[in-house]
Structure formats: C-alpha cells, structure tokens
Design a protein around this ligand. Structure first.
Ligand code: ZN
Length: 403
C-alpha cells in the first residue's frame, strides 16, 4: 500500500475531529482497508499506525484542524473515488464501458446498480460510458421508453452518458454478418425450428452447415430481399467453435439474425432482417472498443457465445464481471407487470411514489445517493434480497450525506 503513513495520519485526524480530538485505532484501520490495506499486512504496519494515532491524539483540536486542512484532500477524494474495488487491466486512457437496457420499459432500481457500477468506474478512471438502447427486436418495444431511458440515464450520470440506439446502426450489423459469412463462420439455415432443435439434440450438423461461402452469401441476400425468403424460412447461424458437439446445448450453432417484418417503432418497415442480441452486441462491443463489461449473471451463456465470435474475428474479449440479481421482498421489478398495473390503475404512472422506477425515485433523491448506494452494494456475484423499508432508509441516509 502506497503512502500508508500519510493516509493513516489523514484518517486519524479525520476520526479525531469527529470524536472530540481522540482518534480510534479500529476506525482508522477499517478506513485503511477501504484504501487497499490487506488484512495480512496489518501486522507489518500496526506499530507505525499506533504511533501515528498517539501523535494525533496528543495534538490540540486546533492543531488537528490545521493539519487536517492540508491532508483533507487525500481522504475525501479517496473516499468518493475508491469506494469500489479496482478493476484489472486498466489503461492510462481509462476504461470504455456500457449499460445496455432494452426499451421494453423505463429504468428501475435493478438497472440503476448495473448502470451506476459501469458509470462510476468510468468516472473513476476516465474513458467513455455508453447507454446502449438495445432495440433490435421490433416486438418488445415500449416507445415512450426511449425518451425516458435517455433522460433517466443522463440524470443518473450527471450528463456523462453517451446514448446509442441500436436500430440506427443496422449497417454495422449487416457488415458483421457478412464478415462472419465470408470467414466461413456463419451460415444461412433453412431448416425449420423443430428440425434444427432435433439436430442440436442429437449433436448432428444440419445440412446447411456444409454450404460454401458463395452459397451462403446468396442465401443471405435472399434473406434481405423482400421477394426472397419469408419469415421463419431462414436464419443466419453462427458456426460454433466446438460445433454441434459442444457440451453446452446453448452454444450449438446459435442464431445471429432472423426475418421479422413487424413494423419497428422507430424504423417502421425499413428493415426485414434483424440481428439477434449476440450479433448486435458483439459488433457494437468491438466497434466501441469496450474494455470492461459488467452485466447480469443471466448473460453468462451470451458472454460465452460472444467470446467465440470475438475469437473468430481476431479480437480480445473484454474483462467481464457477472452481477448477482436484486430482488425485493415486497416489490415487483418486472417492467411488464408494472406496465399492466399502471394500465389497470393500480399505480398513477411510472413515477408513482410506491414504485422503484427511476422516474419515481428521481423526484426524491439526488443521483449521488444512488452512486453511494451502488458503492455500498459493491461488485458482488451473489443474489440479494432487499427489504423495501431498509432500502429507503439507506437511500434517505445517502441522500442526506450528499445534500
Ligand atoms: Zn439447416
């Protein structure tokens, strides 16, 4: 640990000033743990720490105040900036991270933590923070969510978020689809869904897997053409690295793009072939040069699929962390259920004070209260169940701190 003496002195002074001039050794050590002091190193430093605390405690409060003014900078800055554990592989230029909500509804507290973790790391190290609205499934979009997500993310990040809308980047996804076909890493499969599932179950290749690049490019054009394949007649599939024998059935030649002619809320009928999540996410993460990804645990299989695609495309996969889920004992987080409850009149709207949507929470709290909350919850893989009362008490405290 660097500058341990100076930090010890700063925390001892801070603690002494908060307790009538007498600093407590336990409190100082616990502050040092947050700074990166390791438990096994306490023995090495304990003598020096005790000595510094004694020195600080022998000063008058006036002297402590004077000295603390000079060292205050180290303490407060470190506390805000280093509430979260350090990330590995951080370059001098900082980190590039994203939060990718689907526009099926506005943001709620479950999103807040994932968004804030990435955002706080970008704030800490410098770099770029993207809010990427993943809207390439025309069937699962709640149109007002675009505006709400945009406003809410800007509010939450104090303007630092850069908003990206996937349906405006279709040319990129088509380019990647073609790239994969040309690398012989993707093929257009015309088997029915049932038939393909059967092949997958038996760990056998479907007949389309052996088509050559030229034939696949022709079939891909037929997918894009209105007069070509119809909905459900063809999908673009990734040629999985361990093929159809992959131990994990979810990895066996998963689909990359499909035909869906449902009018899209923003793009109307402009496109008929839509990339599925793994294609769009991989293309964007590569194009945006993502360095670190923090995502929900439920994306483990997707991450595995995306890793394969990175490999085929000759790219190094970003560092990834899988977050545990949040549950409330007595609150629903599901967007669909909340939407239904609003429509049936149970709630007055997305900003009903009984809800934990950002729309509701932002009327009462400052964004910094959520940053503190996120730091407090930390970077953990375990699921957590929160109690509504405790949660609001915690937020109230944090909000008071940042006033
Ligand atoms: Zn097939």
């Amino acid at each position: 640990m660097k500058n341990i003496n100076q930090k010890t002195r700063a925390y001892a002074l801070k603690n002494a000033l908060a307790h009538k001039g007498k600093s407590n050794q336990g409190a100082v050590i616990s502050a040092l743990f947050n700074e990166g002091l390791k438990k096994q190193d306490v023995k090495t430093y304990i003598e020096e720490i005790s000595k510094i605390i004694q020195e600080v405690n022998s000063l008058s409060i006036e002297e402590q105040k004077k000295e603390f003014e000079k060292l205050e900078n180290i303490v407060s800055k470190r506390e805000i900036r280093h509430g979260l554990p350090e990330l590995p592989n951080v370059k001098k230029s900082g980190v590039i991270m994203r939060f990718s909500p689907s526009p099926s509804g506005p943001l709620h507290i479950g999103h807040v933590r994932t968004a804030c973790l990435s955002f706080l790391y970008v704030k800490k190290y410098g770099g770029k923070f993207y809010i990427r609205i993943e809207d390439t499934n025309p069937e699962n979009i709640y149109k007002p969510a675009y505006k709400m997500i945009e406003q809410e993310s800007k509010w939450l990040s104090r303007g630092l978020a850069k908003i990206i809308i996937q349906s405006k980047r279709m040319a990129i996804y088509y380019k990647y689809a073609e790239k994969l076909i040309k690398k012989n890493a993707a093929y257009v499969c015309t088997c029915s869904g049932d038939k393909f599932r059967e092949y997958a179950k038996k760990q056998k290749n479907c007949p389309c897997r052996k088509l050559n690049v030229k034939e696949n490019l022709l079939r891909w054009k037929k997918m894009l053409n209105k007069k070509g394949f119809k909905k459900g007649e063809a999908v673009l599939r990734f040629k999985s690295l361990e093929g159809m024998k992959n131990k994990n059935p979810a990895m066996r030649d998963f689909p990359l793009a499909r035909i869906n002619e449902t009018p899209h809320p923003l793009q109307k009928n402009k496109y008929r072939v839509w990339p599925l999540m793994n294609l769009a996410v991989t293309a964007d993460d590569i194009e945006m040069k993502m360095t670190h990804i923090i995502r929900g645990k439920d994306h483990r299989d997707n991450a595995e699929r995306q890793k394969m695609m990175y490999k085929v495309l000759g790219k190094k996969y970003p560092w990834t962390f899988f977050l545990g889920r949040y549950k409330f004992k007595d609150l629903i987080l599901s967007t669909t259920k909340t939407r239904q409850a609003i429509e049936s009149g149970k709630y007055s709207g997305w900003d009903d004070p009984k809800l934990v949507t950002v729309a509701a929470l932002k009327k009462k709290y400052k964004p910094e209260a959520f940053w503190k909350f996120t730091e407090q919850m930390g970077l953990i893989e375990a699921d957590r169940t929160l109690d509504k009362k405790e949660f609001f008490k915690m937020l109230d405290n944090f909000n008071r701190d940042v006033m």
